[in-house]
Design a protein around this ligand. Sequence first.
Ligand code: ADP
Length: 472
Amino acid sequence: MKKLSIGMRLTLWYLAIFAVAQVIFGAGMWFLLHHHLYDLVNDSLESQVEDLKNFLEAQKKDATIAKLQEEVDETYTLEHSGDYLQLYADNDALIYRSTFLQVHPVPLAAPGKANRAIFKDLRIDGRHFRFRRQNLAANGHAYTATMGVPTEDVVETLDLFRSYLLMFAPLLFLVAAGGGYWLSRRALAPVDALVRTAREVSGANLNSRLQKLETGDELQRLSDTLNQMLDRIEQAFLRVTQFTADASHELRTPVSLIRTEAELALRRSRGEAEYLESLRHILLEAERTTVLIEQLLAMARTDSGRETLHMQPVNLTRTLGSVSEGWRQVATSRNLQFSVDLPVQDAFVMADEAALHRLIDILLDNAFKYTPAPGSVHFSFENKGEKAIMAVRDSGVGIAEEDQPKVFERFYRADKARSRDRGGAGLGLAIAQWIVSQHRGSIAVESRPGHGATFRVELPLIAAPVENPLPA
Ligand code: ADP
């Protein structure tokens, strides 16, 4: 089933509460009016009882029933207050009964011994009455008086009030429904506007933003948050498109070099030596392309969050020792001096050993790449407080000051011609920085152009792990 819109649900809730409130209010008012009007009727009956009592008190003490009948008859027949009166003396002797009650006897139970009044609402001959029957003691005699008051007006007023309520309630309900719906539409109109704009945002116009609301409420917070989200999405999108463009560009160069080399070799028949030379060039370019593709894949994996590192305690002294050993051969072949300075004692970091390996390889590879013979490369590591500080220092070409902050950016090459010549695509240091950040460390460069560069990496040290004793 399709869910109702918020506007519709708000309206329905509002109407439900309004209807309940309306019923409570109407019923409350009706009961109050009812109570008040019948209070007036009771007051009138009360004062009639008082009058009768005073009248009976005023009679002679030794008056006979006949005398009393005569007196009451004389007084009450003329008065309207006697229209619905009936009076009995002690021994059930009827003293007075108005003409109306003679025709319509009132079915009221006797009040019994107590002097508490009994009330009864009756409909006689199509008319409404309230009767009161009560025992009276006056002048040494006991009487039972029944007296009534027509309540036609009261009943009519209450009926009228009820019909007004029933007549206006639906009208009020309709007005409330319309008002409620209008209010909810008005309050939620900005949401519709947000939805409309959000629908129009696509990859092609990621720079468009939702209309800025100045309502200072939840909706403004919502639109601001969505806009911030769009900012982040746009940035990520731009990074991806930029990455794709740069990657394609980088890949095109070695592929076209390989192609040109092969085309030239095939243009005419050549001697074996020339073919071998061409094949060597092609192989070199193919190897560079492989490295580049691996770097691109690594970047793509880090971007997608799929590159997961397996952190565990690593003996840094030992790892750095073995990584640097692997570079000795390269140093000799390039005619460069290579010195390694590692502490004697073991030091541990929380790290992914393969990533750590890669980080050092990138830094040493750069140092050897950008240091012409006869130069030197120095690799050192020391513990300072809670940190392990590794440094790769070379005596090579160095990096201009304005380039230093940028060398960690993707595809950034400080010296384009020279870097390209040495096979770099400007991705090595970006990967190195990612690895360092994953290890909660930092990387920085210091350099004087023409006098070499020093790359420094800081990683947090951990306590030496407790070796598991071998089971006996
Ligand atoms: P590449 O693969 O081009 O070497 P990197 O990201 O490793 O890419 O380095 C980015 C740029 O920083 C390089 O192109 C180079 O210009 C500069 N660079 C890096 N290391 C050194 C260094 N040791 N000496 C001089 N320049 C360096």
